[in-house]
Design a protein around this ligand. Sequence first.
Ligand SMILES: Cc1cc2nc3c(=O)[nH]c(=O)nc-3n(C[C@H](O)[C@H](O)[C@H](O)COP(=O)(O)OP(=O)(O)OC[C@H]3O[C@@H](n4cnc5c(N)ncnc54)[C@H](O)[C@@H]3O)c2cc1C
Ligand SMILES: *[C@@H]1O[C@H](CO)[C@@H](O)[C@H](O)[C@H]1NC(C)=O
Ligand SMILES: *[C@@H]1O[C@H](CO)[C@@H](O)[C@H](O)[C@H]1NC(C)=O
Ligand SMILES: *[C@@H]1O[C@H](CO)[C@@H](O)[C@H](O)[C@H]1NC(C)=O
Ligand SMILES: *[C@@H]1O[C@H](CO)[C@@H](O)[C@H](O)[C@H]1NC(C)=O
Ligand SMILES: *[C@@H]1O[C@H](CO)[C@@H](O)[C@H](O)[C@H]1NC(C)=O
Length: 490
Amino acid sequence: MRNLFVTTVALSSVVLTLADGKGKGKGKNNDRIRTIYKDVVIIGGGASGSYSAVRLREDYNVSVVVIEKNSNLGGHVNTFIDPATGRGFDCGVQNWIELGGARAFFERFGVEMQPNVRSTFETVSVDFTNGQQLTNYSPPSAADRTAALQRYVAVAESFLPILEPGWWTFPQPQDIPPDLLLPFQDFVSKHNLTAAVPTFHATTGFGIHDMLGHLSVWFMRSFNVNLARVLLGAETSIVPISRKNQDLYDRILTSLGPDALTSTTVTSTEERSSRKGVTLIVRNSLTGIRTKIVAKRLLYTPIPSEANTSPLDLDREEKSTLSQFDYSASYVGVVSHPSLPLNKSLVNTPISAQPANWPEAIPQYPYNTRFENYANSSYFRIIAVGDQTFTAAQAKKVIEDSFDKLVEGGVVNRTSPPERLTFHKFEPHGLVSAYVGKEKLEGGFIQRLNGLQGRRGTWYTGASWGVHLSTSLWIFTDTVLERLVADLWG
Ligand SMILES: Cc1cc2nc3c(=O)[nH]c(=O)nc-3n(C[C@H](O)[C@H](O)[C@H](O)COP(=O)(O)OP(=O)(O)OC[C@H]3O[C@@H](n4cnc5c(N)ncnc54)[C@H](O)[C@@H]3O)c2cc1C
Ligand SMILES: *[C@@H]1O[C@H](CO)[C@@H](O)[C@H](O)[C@H]1NC(C)=O
Ligand SMILES: *[C@@H]1O[C@H](CO)[C@@H](O)[C@H](O)[C@H]1NC(C)=O
Ligand SMILES: *[C@@H]1O[C@H](CO)[C@@H](O)[C@H](O)[C@H]1NC(C)=O
Ligand SMILES: *[C@@H]1O[C@H](CO)[C@@H](O)[C@H](O)[C@H]1NC(C)=O
Ligand SMILES: *[C@@H]1O[C@H](CO)[C@@H](O)[C@H](O)[C@H]1NC(C)=O
């Protein structure tokens, strides 16, 4: 395979640059544009794309270029920096489970880590649809919650060999363990996990807009055994000593230099095959400048939505497989308001959860999950979630409406004149948590998804292919990189 590419190996970049042909008329295809030659083009510079770029370049001696839509790397990591104090407030990714080589990966970039310190704020349960505080609600006792989490670990562990890392060994449809195909609420009843439901929801379950209705297999992809063990104190999660989660990705961006093209997306595909490699046209949204990327292989990492995949010239098999995914949508941010109570976390909890009806403790989507104070500050974290039609504008309105209800219900004071919430940061994660229904799994969906790996010179990693937790995803990504590199030099 290698000899097919001998002509491109030594070249690194070069040729002419022309901006988007404003006033140049048609025939853009004939414009000569800058061409970059690399072994691997990586689409998406979030958790898995940034990690892949570093490992391929530094550990495999494979040349890469990263195509990232945003102006920075890191995806769901969103750090708000207080302009007055320089202190960081993370509203996206909170911490990383210390797995495999995770700590060493941070330290490679000089990001010193420490164990995560969990906030001990008082939780106030309020129904955000009417602003009523739940005065007669008892959350599960710590002992019951622990026992339920232990039961979860015991059951979920038995599925690890077919769920992690990734889908490689997932059974044929007729052999899928029935537990994995149960709606999660039935799995909860079957295994007596009710006392862990509020914890499941508050930790990652909110990101799956219908946690209890989802199949257990998808729940296990957002709340895995490692996460349960962290909550039980049996494993550790870590954060940078700087308390700025973005640090890692900013340093990766610096280290990649010209090998990361930020504010850039693919506009069209000229070639994508195992034999001839991958030729993409990409465009920088700030400058309008287009660049041609000629690579041997493509590593695709974002959510495989219609919008993200349409410039990739999907064939019938790719399109009919990837289009089966449905998603949730999530929006995170940092807000403040003089009436929001310090040292408290206001958690959206339906009134029907009283007195101890824990499966009812999950609001109807779309909703704002919480107003959670950051220690020693007047900033609050918000997270709004909904189904895949939930837009950024709707999310902002849901958050503002939820605050108005708190005022109406008397949980927070009315200011005079009425003052609106201040948004210091608002990050549209957009689509998250890919899933398909039972019929599709029973129709061989996972086998078809696996079948795309390596096909047409294209490999896949990212949350739609693995566990939605960064360090578990890095372990899965390692298994993809091994195969990709074997394919590259095979
Ligand atoms: C609210 C929230 C909190 C979370 N907290 C944690 C946590 O504390 N710890 C943890 O381990 N995990 C956490 N996660 C999960 C974590 O976000 C995922 O594990 C991880 O970010 C997924 O990595 P990824 O590479 O698949 O996607 P992402 O990190 O989302 O990266 C995808 C990248 O692709 C880019 N992109 C998208 N479309 C295109 C395109 N068309 N062209 C080019 N680039 C594109 C995006 O801008 C993004 O940078 C959290 C998730 C959410 C939603
Ligand atoms: C890395 O790859 C380059 C280009 O193929 C080659 O010249 C170099 O010797 C390789 N370095 C190592 C350490 O393998
Ligand atoms: C179910 O869970 C509750 C709370 O953790 C516990 O008290 C009860 O004994 C459990 N029941 C069974 C049958 O395990
Ligand atoms: C609301 O107003 C009351 C009475 O002025 C005051 O005691 C209380 O601290 C205020 N609460 C907040 C959160 O500002
Ligand atoms: C919040 O907690 C901090 C640190 O413990 C304390 O100094 C402060 O007085 C508290 N503020 C309120 C309003 O309780
Ligand atoms: C907040 O302040 C308290 C008391 O000064 C201190 O113990 C704590 O570490 C601080 N927390 C953070 C996150 O800064």
